[in-house]
Design a protein around this ligand. Structure first.
Ligand code: GAP
Length: 519
């Protein structure tokens, strides 16, 4: 099955099993806005907890915050978002479709990279074991020609983006004969800047109303509270403030399901440091965050860093952690060295001192900041796309069957165990209820007695439940049950008293964090 088909199936699966619904679906939906259903919200909460606990519990000097979505409009003037939080947009006059000019150029570069990769794959097959990939890449004329094209295109692109040169962006699109994916033509409008912030009004009378914005990042809520937290928490540098919350961006092109949304959630941490230590802390948080991702067990090869060449208006260094989504490597988290830009700007615009007094040197200064910024919806998509599998199963009688299984990291699974009486009689439901009543305080359990046991297993596989417990007639005699493991489908007979330990070993957040901290 192609990656596109698998991705389409994943989206349908998310709806069928209560993970993600289109917002306002009964009114035909709202573009790039989604709701999380009964299983989605559990998975999302578990991801949230993994992030929050790893920040707050594992770092004595990181504290939390929950700031408001609405902020004083001057915030966005100071932060630069009013003037610079723009995307360059371009329309195709034939298809009437709107694109981000930078996306069109980046996609073109990706196509050229793919051409090179295909050339290498072909040669690999032709030459077999004697193939020297490096030599081939260095000497093959077609590879060299495409590499040169990419390098020169990238050079022009980075320069144009850094200089906000919209005419040059359009010229690049024309020079490289980039066509509209829908109409196939090169009939483009000029490139224009488009501010991504949503605006609304606060106040009850028309003339007294104030134009305010839905925050496009949670970070500014942290910056404007820097002095509150530092003073009331008696925090010493370096220290961090972590926050999880909604952010809003009027994305020009919103696609790939929950990858790029107009309303989404961020998990951000601003780490306040002494000027001059930013490189050290930037490297530190890069490593810590990559380790956090890899601990999820989604495959180390699926991650890479991508250093920014075009820096955001606030950054002195920036890298993305990218994950191999079904549509290629894409950003899931940004790590940015933001210097004293934000605090400096808020100090200037508010007239309030946002400085730190260092008792060791008797000096006051505006702290520097390194931030880690992860999209909660994006990591949700990363996890479900890595976990979704359609499998052929060989049955004992030689026939085959199929199942859809979500191999979610057990610690994040929405339901940790299903409690299933083999039949709806002979006292088995009552015993099952007693087991569930005992375990429900520790784990999210689900009780199911309808349909054959096989169908119930399939339903639990489809939502990623790592353990199914089956209560049968033998349970009445010796207090044992069968435990079935989602990934291997193996079954084992265990005593009811062992259940809590077996299950906690894989699903307990504190054990998971302990491993993360000590590895
Ligand atoms: N405070 C820095 C900041 O907001 P960003 O790179 O613009 O940096 C950080 O965003 C993260 O937020 C991204 O890596 C991504 O995971 C998530 N994100 C950004 N825009 C998004 C969108 N439209 N939909 C879903 N997630 C988004």
């Amino acid at each position: 099955m192609s990656k596109e088909d698998a991705f389409r199936n994943l989206i349908a699966h998310c709806k069928e099993y209560g993970f993600i619904f289109q917002s306002s679906e009964i009114y035909d939906g709202l573009s790039a806005v989604y709701d999380y259903g009964q299983n989605g919200v559990e998975l999302k909460n578990n991801i949230r907890k993994y992030w929050w606990d790893s920040m707050i519990l594992l770092n004595e000097n990181v504290v939390g915050l929950d700031s408001a979505i609405f902020m004083h409009p001057k915030t966005w003037k100071a932060s630069g978002h009013l003037d610079a939080f723009n995307d360059p947009l371009i329309d195709n006059k034939d298809s009437k479709k709107r694109y981000r000019a930078d996306d069109l150029i980046e996609e073109h570069m990706e196509k050229l990279e793919n051409k090179i990769d295909r050339e290498v794959e072909k040669a690999k097959k032709r030459f077999g074991a004697s193939f020297d990939e490096k030599m081939f890449r260095d000497t093959n004329p077609r590879v060299i020609a495409n590499r040169e094209k990419i390098d020169s295109l990238n050079g022009r692109f980075v320069k144009a983006m850094n200089n906000n040169d919209l005419a040059e962006l359009k010229q690049i699109i024309l020079d490289y004969e980039i066509t509209c994916p829908v109409s196939g033509t090169r009939n483009w409008t000029d490139v224009r800047q488009f501010n991504l912030m949503f605006a609304t009004e606060m106040g009850s009378t028309a003339d007294g109303a104030m134009k305010i914005y839905l925050r496009p990042e949670t970070a500014q809520g942290i910056f404007v509270n820097y002095i509150n937290v530092q003073k009331t928490g008696r925090m010493k540098l370096p220290f961090g403030i972590a926050q999880i919350g909604k952010a809003f961006r009027n994305e020009i092109v919103a696609r790939q399901f929950i990858f790029r949304m107009r309303e989404f959630e961020q998990m951000e941490m601003q780490y306040f440091i002494k000027p001059g230590t930013e490189n050290e802390w930037f490297d530190h948080w890069k490593n810590v965050r990559m380790k956090w991702h890899k601990a999820l067990g989604l495959g180390d090869d699926n991650y890479r860093f991508h250093d920014h060449e075009k820096l955001a208006h606030y950054a002195s260094a920036a890298t993305d952690i990218e994950f191999n989504f079904p549509f290629g490597f894409r950003e899931v988290e940004g790590i940015h060295s933001r210097t004293d830009f934000d605090l400096g700007q808020h100090q200037k615009f508010s007239g309030k001192k946002l400085q730190y007094f260092d008792p060791e040197t008797n000096e006051s200064f505006v702290p520097y900041v390194v931030e880690t910024s992860l999209g909660l919806d994006r990591i949700f998509l990363q996890i479900i796309s890595a976990a979704y599998h359609e499998e052929e199963i060989q049955k004992e009688d030689g026939s085959t069957d199929s199942r859809v299984v979500f191999n979610l990291p057990p610690v994040l699974a929405p339901v940790k165990l299903a409690v299933l009486p083999l039949v709806k009689k002979d006292g088995l439901p009552e015993i099952s209820r007693r087991i569930m009543d005992d375990l429900k305080y520790d784990f999210n359990c689900q009780y199911e007695e309808k349909d054959s046991i096989g169908r119930r297993y399939r339903r639990q596989d489809a939502i990623g439940t790592p353990y199914c417990i089956t209560i049968d007639h033998q349970t009445k005699e010796d207090n044992t049950v069968t435990i079935r493991y989602r990934d291997t489908m193996e079954q084992e007979r265990v005593n009811v008293r062992q259940l809590r330990n077996i299950i906690s070993e894989k699903v307990d957040m504190s054990s998971f964090l302990r491993k993360l901290d000590h590895d």
